[in-house]
Design a protein around this ligand. Sequence first.
Ligand SMILES: [Ca+2]
Ligand SMILES: [Ca+2]
Length: 233
Amino acid sequence: MRKTHMAVLTVVAIAVVSAIGAVGAYGNLASDANTPTTTTDAVAVYWDDAVITVSATDDEGVAYIYHELDNGVVRLHKVDGSPRSAAVETPLNAVGAHVNPGVGTHELTYWAQDVNGNVEAQKTVEFEIVADTVWPVTSAKAVSVRKGRTASLRYRVADPEPTKGTATVVIKIKNKKGKTVKTIKAGSKPVNESLTVKCRCTFAKGVYKYYVYATDASGNPQSKVGSAKITVK
Ligand SMILES: [Ca+2]
Ligand SMILES: [Ca+2]
C-alpha cells in the first residue's frame, strides 16, 4: 500500500514541474492583458473591387484575425504558429475565397485575438467601390490637306466620371465607297481633352471620312463613333 502511495506522489510532482516549465516558455503568459493591435491598408475609394489586408500584432502571439463586411457574417482567420504579427487579405467568404463587395459604400469591421485569449476592441473602416460602366463618345473635326502632305486630325474622346482617364484609340480613314484606306492605331490617350494625330495623306485627291473608335480603360467601347471629313486637294 505504501509503495503505491509514493508512486502517485512522484507523478504529481513531475506534473507540477512540467506545468511550470510550460509557463516559463510563454514568458509572462499569466499576466498578459494586452490585446493585439490590428490595422488595415484600406483606402477611401477602389476601382471595381477591393482587397484589404488586415494586419495584427501582439507581443505574445496572434491567434485569430476576425473580419466582418457590412455587418454580415463574422469570418475567422486562424493564425498558425502564434507569430507576433500576422495578416490576412479580406473580405473572405466561408471557404476563405475573396468576395467582391460590389459597387457602393462598404464597412469592414476587424479585430484580433492573442494566444492568451485577449480580444481587441472592434474597429471599422469605410470604403467605396466605383466602376466605369459608361461607354465613351468620340467626336472629330474636319480637315483639308494637300495630297502627300501631313494632316493633323483633331478629335476628342468624351468619357464621363467615374473614368479611369484613358482610352485606346483607333482611327479609320474611309473613301466615299466606305472602303478603309488607312488605319491609325493611336494607342492609349487621355479622355476629355483635345487630341491630334498626324496622318500623311498619300491617297488620291478627293473627299474621305475618318472615324474615331475608342475603348475606355474599363473596356467599354464607344457608343457613338465620331467622324469628320478629310479633303485631299
Ligand atoms: Ca497580448
Ligand atoms: Ca467610361
